[in-house]
Design a protein around this ligand. Structure first.
Ligand code: ZN
Length: 353
């Protein structure tokens, strides 16, 4: 049970429900602040005496309004404003990885963490709280984790560079790489070449959001920013040549069906998920995750469920998404092999009709 109504309800189907519940999942595109349950936001607002403008846990997240990315980001800032001290950071991380992760069969998550979204929280405190919460979740449920530090692309390239310098100066084993988020239209990728080169020189993994295009931005991400994977990237299929290259190089695309449908990136908001089907049919390496699950009225299981309904995918294709995600992680070779074995064992136990 999720405790909230799905934004994209599907017809009752016990076979699909059993399949997606049992499916092992590996999560590469999920933002910590976007995973905070509404009841937790209300609790923390009360604790810190933050006025939520009369909003309650029932109406805090209005997913239909997030077709406008700006509106979504404004609510995300409100969530960030109530997550302040070590206890808060521990709590939201722990809940994200247990009720929001392991309970859905997520075996491993590379958490996207956006320091600019935690205004006023020093970077070292942010990491201390998140890592402590994640460690406890790992101990209690076995879920593995790594961290991806997100740059806010609506701010300057100089600020991005300073954040990367901080990541390098306060180096933690848990921090595996960097990402680039917020609205692509307000921060095209070429403004971040310098920050990404610095991260690459320090051996950090690199990913970036590309939700609205154009397809040429995929080339900028690969060739100028040195990304080894891309978050969203649906528009790649508009360019057959770039698509062919990404197929050839096995570039992973971390797709998020429900949030992208609401945001009109992967389709026209009609739940058909045509872009994801085109990407799969083209032979691209696609992974599936849930982006900002409670905010978009979804969860890690439901994103697989909507694809099973909309595109008719069964155990083989849904399992392939998870195996693609194993391949796309930034784990070292032995940890990746151990995760692959856990995923394969879980896939072998998935019920077949
Ligand atoms: Zn995202």
């Amino acid at each position: 049970m999720t405790g909230f109504a799905y934004s994209t309800p599907t017809p009752a189907d016990p076979v699909i429900d059993a399949l997606v519940a049992a499916l092992p999942k590996v999560s590469l595109h999920c933002h910590l602040l976007g995973t905070v349950a509404p009841a937790t936001v209300v609790d923390l607002a009360r604790k810190h005496r933050v006025d939520l403008g009369g909003r309650t846990a029932d109406d805090l997240y209005d997913h239909d309004s997030y077709e406008d990315l700006g509106e979504f980001l404004r609510v995300l800032d409100v969530v960030g404003s109530v997550v302040r001290d070590l206890d808060d950071l521990h709590r939201v991380t722990y809940e994200s990885l247990t009720a929001g992760g392991a309970a859905h069969g997520v075996l491993y998550r590379e958490i996207q963490l956006s320091p600019p979204g935690h205004e006023g929280v020093p970077y070292s405190r942010l990491l201390d709280g998140v890592i402590a919460g994640a460690r406890d979740a790992e101990t209690d449920t076995g879920i593995g984790f790594g961290l991806v530090i997100g740059i806010n692309r609506e701010r300057s390239g100089a600020e991005a560079r300073r954040l990367v310098e901080q990541v390098i100066a306060d180096r933690r084993d848990e921090v595996l790489g960097i990402g680039l988020d917020y609205a692509e239209v307000n921060g095209p990728p070429h403004g971040f070449v310098e920050a990404y080169r610095l991260a690459g020189d320090a051996g950090l993994g690199r990913t970036a959001h590309s939700e609205s295009g154009p397809p040429a931005h995929v080339l900028t991400l690969l060739d100028d920013l040195g990304c080894s994977r891309i978050d969203h990237g649906y528009h790649v299929v508009d360019d057959p040549e770039i698509t062919a290259r990404c197929v050839e190089e096995r570039i992973p695309f971390n797709c998020t069906p429900v949030s992208s449908d609401i945001g009109r990136y992967s389709g026209s908001g009609d739940g058909t998920h045509e872009r994801i089907r085109e990407m799969v049919d083209a032979g691209l390496c696609v992974t599936i995750d849930s982006d900002d699950p409670p905010m978009f009225g979804t969860d890690p299981t439901h994103d697989f469920r909507v694809l099973a309904h909309a595109l008719g995918y069964g155990a083989e294709q849904l399992g392939a998404f998870t195996l693609n995600a194993v391949e796309a992680t930034w784990l070292d070779a032995s940890d990746k092999q151990a995760l692959r074995q856990r995923v394969e064992a879980a896939l072998a136990a998935v019920p077949t009709p």
